[in-house]
Write a protein of this length. Sequence first.
Length: 295
Amino acid sequence: MKFIRDILAAKKAAGQPVVSFEFFPPKTDEGERALLEKHIPALLAGRPDFCSVTYGAGGSTRDKTLMIVDRIQREHSLPALAHLTCVNHTRAEISVLLEKFRALGCQNILALRGDPPGGGDFQTTPDGFEFSAQLVKFIREASDFSIGVAGFPEGHIACKAGKLADWQHLKEKVDAGADFIVTQLFFDNADYFAFRDHVTQKLGVNVPLVPGVVAILSATQITKFTQMCGAKIPPTLRKKLDEIGTDDEAAAKFGIEYATHQCEELLRAGAPGLHFYTLNKAHSTVQILKNLGLA
């Protein structure tokens, strides 16, 4: 399997955007079958360069994450980006997990601090890691993985010192050995541009900064998501969602239109690619890529 850092470099040299999709391990057997047998195969029409698989709070989906990573790579010959968090893991346990990733042929890891199970404040595990930069450094020293990290155009919700302090932490993650950055979802491209300009021009970050995009499927659902992750819904978007209300069909149609325009502007402004939070669904993401001429 290819390193994602090499995929990004090759696409940049060819003047093409990288396209990637993110999935989360379903909670039920039925959801798991739908993801593996229906949604992932359908999403291949979007011609992704890689897929990422999340890691539940506190490592709660660890085994399913490993299974989905393995099946994506074996059945579709598609590089998988496995998420790995600091929560509830000692250094020794991280070492064991890295060996498991390596045994599966997974060469790409998204290193995250992670969320505690059940919410609440982050607690450092004894003989573990307090910050994701420490995890990045540990992985970099352990083996030759391609390492990605998360960036937050509006600042991390848990960083009380504000977004400039959070962006400084991002530089620390890159200095520790990260190869690329994938951002949290956002709806106002001005936030991404301000973030990009600050970390590249003022902080000297020189790795690819891939914007994360989500297609709205439900006004209620996206409101909950943004409250959880700290992303804002701009006033004009909020007004439209209020008008749509509980009509999920209308929300999904509008979500495709909004995300298409958002992606067009991002690519025109030089974004190295697009990372889609698919919500384990195929239709909207594939339609957006068709609209962009990328599917």
